[in-house]
Structures are given as structure tokens and as C-alpha cells.
Design a protein around this ligand. Structure first.
Ligand code: F0G
Length: 354
């Protein structure tokens, strides 16, 4: 049977009626890839899987929530949607609004979203408002304005977003035959970690798994309110997707950590850049910097024995590496050499680099 997106597949778990017109781009159904090379030196019997969410239609996990949010917005007669974004939400909102034939307004922090994400919002025809401020300022504006203007908010404070995003946990349980023992994610607003926990908890209730994972949330050191326990006024990190100091799903994330016996931790920009390279070079998996933080966390927590032997671990890689080519070219350009179009020179370059 043709796959036509996650609402069609999980309609009864999402409360979408038979008559609702679904706005979909075929999101979800992403691969779960077992790591082979990057963890082989760790000498423990631990299986680590990547949930490769960069393979969604707009290149990030946001599409899972956006299909729901836009479907519901259209169903209730909305002619426009709005969001604040560090880039991926705006890319996804712009695409799904285009698909639905409605207007899209996005507020982005000037100079702090990657070129790939910016180009997506542009090509899909969103009205882009660059603000002289960060994501948290944009979010404040969206909440204030949406009360008066006739626009639907499609940030993750829209409950339909998390409903759509929880389906990633369903897919993992269906593929593994049970929940993993640990699930690691990068955390910004903390909507996604909360959505996965909802998904795992629902399938546990439905007896589709006999256990639930510990939820591990990783943040960038300069932008780690869940590690410091307080709002960060001026968050800063190279992982611009998670450059958020005042997470919108604070309470849900704390509940997720407590109920699952999980934890939060943070990593420096250099550690993030290093692990992005490991994934790309040793596994062939290209993700954006913020996504790579999940594996940085897992490797550290395996090494310090926080993750038990004989366990199954899933890391969500939230966004595709092509979202942020600038960072790659800035930090990972060491393997480029210049040669003249002379066979001898090319042959020599091959020999030198075998
Ligand atoms: N990874 C990526 C690639 C993201 O774009 C985001 C959030 C996250 C992780 C964090 O997810 O907020 O649910 O904890 N990006 C939002 C945006 C904020 O505007 O695109 P979260």
C-alpha cells in the first residue's frame, strides 16, 4: 500500500476524523539505522540506533508536527499560520502552508538561522520577518500578536504539533519490537522530547511495548537552561537550531525527565562539531550540528557507565546536514586540495591520500 503520511497511518491515535482534509507531504516513516563504526571502540554490548529525521520532506522532524498543525488550522477555517523559529519550524511551516494554499508568517532571529533553512522559507513564499532579537523574543511576539490577528500559531505550544511528533516513538517501537532502553535527543524548546515520551507512554498503555525508555536531553553549553535550571537570557551556540534560553515546554520536559528517570546534560560547540564529523565520516550520516549532540551525549554516558551494558539506545538526528552547509565548510574543509588538470598530478594526489 502507498505510504501517504503519518496522519493517514496513525489517524486513530491522532484524533483525526475520516472527513478531515489532510495536508501532507508524506512525512514520517524515517529510517532507523544501527551504528556500526563510530561506537565499536567502546567495547560494550550496546546497540545504538539513529532515527534519521533529516529525511522528512523539509529535512527535519518538524514536518511530523506540521502536518497535524496545518491540517487542523485548515479544518478550523484558518487562512494563515505564524511561528517564531530558529529555522526548521519556519521551513516546515512555509512548505505545509504552500501545500494548503494558505499564508505563512515567520519571525526569525536576524543572522542566526542557517542558509538552508532561510532558503526554504523564501522559496515556499512565507513572509519572513527578521527580528533584532533571539528566538525567545520572537516567541513572545508571536504569542502577543496571534491573540489579535487571525493567524494560527504553529509553534510547538500548538498541541497538535506534539501529537504529530509522538508518532516517531510509535515507529521505533514497531521496528524494534519494543521501546529502546534509552532515547537521546537534542533539546531546545523541549517539545520533541515531551512528544516522544507521550508516544512511548501511549504504546506502553496499549501493550505494544513492555517497557519505556529513559529520556536523555542534551543541550549546547551556551544554551542549556535545563542543565542550569534557569532561563538563559542570551543563549549562544553554533547549533543555532537549539539556541533557546526560555523553553516553551519547560514543565512537560521536567515531567518527562522525572517520569522516565532520565537526565539532561550539555556539550560545547567544539564537541558538537566533532561528533557531527564522526557521524558523517564513519557512518555516512549527515546531520546538522544540533542533531549530532544526541550521539555526543550517548557516547559520554556509555563511557561513564550511566548507560547500562546490553541496552538498546536510540538517538534522534533531528535535522539534515544540508540545512547548514556554512558550518561544514567553515569547520570541516581539511580534505580539499587543489590540482591542475594533469593526469600525473591527479594520480599523485590519489596516492598521497590513500
Ligand atoms: N533539533 C533541531 C534540528 C531543531 O530545529 C530543533 C528545534 C530542535 C532540535 C529542538 O527541538 O525545540 O522540540 O526541543 N527547532 C525549533 C525551530 C525551535 O524553530 O526550528 P525542541
Amino acid at each position: 500500500m502507498m505510504y501517504t503520511g503519518l496522519i493517514e497511518k496513525y489517524r486513530n491515535k491522532l484524533g483525526i476524523s475520516k472527513d478531515t482534509k489532510i495536508i501532507s507531504l508524506g512525512e514520517g516513516n524515517t529510517p532507523l539505522i544501527k551504528l556500526n563504526n563510530s561506537i565499536k571502540d567502546i567495547n560494550k554490548k550496546i546497540d545504538v540506533y539513529i532515527k534519521y529525521e533529516g529525511l522528512n520532506p523539509t529535512g527535519s522532524f518538524k514536518d511530523r508536527g506540521m502536518t497535524m498543525a496545518v491540517t487542523k488550522a485548515v479544518e478550523t477555517g484558518s487562512k494563515a499560520i505564524i511561528c517564531a523559529s530558529t529555522g526548521n519550524t519556519s521551513a516546515s511551516a512555509a512548505a505545509y502552508a504552500a501545500r494548503a494554499g494558505i499564508k505563512c508568517f515567520v519571525l526569525i532571529p536576524e543572522g542566526k538561522i542557517t542558509i538552508g533553512k532561510m532558503s526554504q522559507a523564501m522559496i515556499h513564499g512565507a513572509t519572513i520577518m527578521q527580528i533584532n532579537g533571539n528566538f525567545d523574543d520572537g516567541m513572545r511576539m508571536v504569542k502577543e500578536v496571534a491573540e489579535k490577528a487571525k493567524v494560527s500559531i504553529v509553534n510547538s505550544i500548538n498541541p497538535y504539533r506534539l501529537q504529530g511528533q509522538k508518532t516517531a516513538a510509535f515507529e521505533i517501537i514497531e521496528e524494534l519490537g519494543c521501546s529502546p532502553d534509552y532515547h537521546a535527543l537534542p533539546v531546545g524548546n523541549a517539545g520533541n522530547i515531551s512528544a516522544y515520551w507521550m508516544g512511548y507512554s501511549e504504546y506502553y498503555k496499549d501493550n505494544k511495548t513492555d517497557k519505556k525508555p529513559k529520556m536523555l536531553g542534551y543541550q549546547a553549553s551556551g544554551s542549556a537552561p535545563f542543565v542550569s535550571g534557569e532561563i538563559i537570557k542570551n543563549p549562544e551556540t553554533i547549533a543555532t537550531a537549539i539556541r533557546i534560553g526560555n523553553p516553551q515546554s519547560w514543565d512537560l520536559a521536567q515531567k518527562t525527565k522525572k517520569q522516565s528517570n532520565g537526565w539532561f546534560d550539555s556539550f560545547s560547540d567544539q564537541e558538537i562539531i566533532n561528533i557531527q564529523k564522526v557521524l558523517a565520516k564513519e557512518e555516512g550520516i549527515f546531520c546538522e550540528p544540533s542533531s549530532a549532540i544526541s550521539l555526543a551525549g550517548v557516547i559520554k554516558d556509555i563511557q561513564n557507565n550511566k548507560i547500562a551494558d546490553n541496552s538498546k539506545v536510540v538517538c534522534t538526528l533531528t535535522g539534515h546536514g544540508l540545512k547548514d552547509p556554512d558550518t561544514v565548510i567553515k569547520y570541516h574543509n581539511k580534505n580539499m586540495i587543489k590540482v591542475n588538470p594533469i593526469a600525473q598530478e591527479v594520480k599523485q594526489a590519489i596516492l598521497n591520500n590513500m
